[in-house]
Unconditional design. Structure first.
Length: 241
């Protein structure tokens, strides 16, 4: 079984999230869950830290001259986050949010998920209008024009309707391209519009309250830890309930 990645201590929120996912997944698979495994959680965390992060751990969690005597697993994770993930790092996700591009390979849903990925990491999550506007502005002009022509806009429509219509137009365009590729030589390009079955309505997570990334990870993997936490929008991570 692959071992968890090591967190180097770099100021990179995506690296931190990836490491935390890996660590918690490994703990879950190996049945290190529940309050009776608290000491094992902390000891195993130390094993998967790089030099900078391990130095922080040794000085603050296990050092002889440490100021704080008692640490929980949650305290260690949030302590690492607070020490290494600075506000400037989180601000980078804001720039990435506004830089996400639509790609043919990813399509409408891939584009949406990239936007959602960075939105969930921002200090101040964009409101629904800002998110919907960014989503629509990044669509290819052909898809955007068709969506707007059908009366769907960021101002008047909910996210589900924007995704539903954009995906429908995207699928219709794919059908038209396939027809054009197989069109016999000499056949006129003028034809009746192609009608395609519309996809079912998606249920995107962006329409739900977005949880702090680390909180969501802990909820998913170690419920007993998550029950002692509560999310606060004013904090960049977590607070003890």
């Amino acid at each position: 079984m692959p071992l968890p990645e090591k967190y180097s201590g770099d100021e990179d929120i995506e690296q931190f999230d990836g490491w935390l996912h890996s660590l918690l997944r490994w703990l879950k698979i190996n049945h290190f869950t529940g309050p009776e495994c608290e000491r094992e959680h902390i000891a195993l965390t130390a094993m998967y830290l790089g030099i900078k992060a391990k130095t922080w751990f040794n000085d603050n969690v296990e050092g002889i001259n440490r100021r704080r005597q008692v640490w929980t697993f949650k305290d260690v994770i949030t302590g690492l986050y607070d020490w290494f993930i600075h506000e400037s790092s989180i601000q980078d996700t804001t720039q990435k949010f506004y830089s996400v591009k639509y790609t043919t390979d990813g399509g409408v849903y891939g584009y949406y998920h990239e936007l959602q990925r960075y939105a969930s990491r921002m200090i101040h999550e964009p409101d629904s209008y800002t998110f919907n506007t960014q989503l629509m502005m990044g669509l290819p002009s052909g898809i955007l024009q068709s969506v707007v022509d059908k009366g769907v806009t960021a101002e008047m429509s909910v996210l589900e309707d924007i995704l539903y219509m954009a995906k429908s137009v995207e699928e219709g365009n794919k059908v038209l391209r396939r027809y054009d590729e197989h069109r016999r030589p000499g056949v006129s390009n003028s034809s009746h519009p192609v009608h395609v079955a519309l996809p079912s309505h998606p249920s995107p997570t962006a329409s739900q309250p977005v949880q702090t990334v680390v909180y969501a990870i802990l909820v998913n993997y170690i419920p007993v830890i998550a029950t002692s936490l509560q999310l606060t929008k004013s904090s960049k991570l977590l607070m003890v309930s």
